[in-house]
Design a protein around this ligand. Sequence first.
Ligand code: TRP
Length: 358
Amino acid sequence: MATLSLYEHTGRQLDTLCELVGFDSADQRPRKLLGQLLGPGGESSLADPPPFSSNVSDDTTPIEFSLAFDTTGECAIRVLGESIGTPSPRHFLDAVAGEYHLDTTRLDTVGDLFLPRGEHQGPFSLWHSLIFRAGRAPRIKVYLNPQISGPATANHLVSEGFRRLRIPGAFEQVAGHALPRGEQDSFAFFALDLDRGPLSRVKVYVAHEAAECSDVERAAELVPGIDPLRIREFCALLGGGKGPFRSRPLISSYSFVEGDHDRPSNYSLYFPIRSYVPDDAVALARVQAILAQYDFDGTKLDEAISAISGRTLRNGVGLISHVSLRLGEFGSGITVYLSSEAYRVMPARRRPALGLPH
Ligand code: TRP
């Protein structure tokens, strides 16, 4: 069999996932958008070494999928991606802005902060996400990197970004709840929805190194009405306890929509489950437990996993990379992030032994 290109491999995965959530299989838009997002790097053969080492996923594949379960009963497929080999970071957006009626006003307002000319630092400059829901037009979101000019200026970029987007009170609130532990808490992403409308979001993400569950409960308290028990249960079911979670950091995000002046209307917690389980069979069992807890259809997840991978789950770790809990007025649910594993399957770790040493 001829070796596939990166685009062909991820495109097949995306088609099957979209079909699973009821997206019209005759609709070519998901696959076309994926190709445009990947850019020239998508044509590279998977038999060759990766043309670029992307931080989107552990094996450097510049694409990661996710399956979002909403309390409305809807499911969405999302793609997080990084363009490879395009002439400028804005290339993809410029190419699709007209067709998808993107509103880039907010991105233009903060662009010089997060996309400075010259030297860049940190793991990326611009990522995109594509969101596909049955019967609706695809949506597009961008992720900017607060660490782009180094850790010392990250807070300034975020506070200036909020100020320019007319939510000047947000920084102090976010810092008070999510950044109280010095260097252990840091801004990871600044994200913008590119659609028009009152529910279009400004999102900010904070990574918490070695956090206890109580640290993320405090972070969640910024959004009025969140039951801390939901957070505790999520950490316990996925991570087996209340921390500290010393492997990959837990991540918090806040979403601000029109009318949110200092307090956001949504909090999400991202749990990097792959760092806390020996293999994907254990990861799946834990994720199924949290889906069942909220009465989400776990068979959809089984199907999504079969759609993108034929491997035995026990033989690797990281196919399920993160799980997020979304809580708030404008959409609650659970999202499961699934790696493409286009280049590599990360090796499983040994399962712990039960019993006493002899
Ligand atoms: N791979 C990076 C990480 O694990 C970035 C990333 C990809 C990420 N998908 C994510 C971060 C989902 C949080 C949630 O950190």
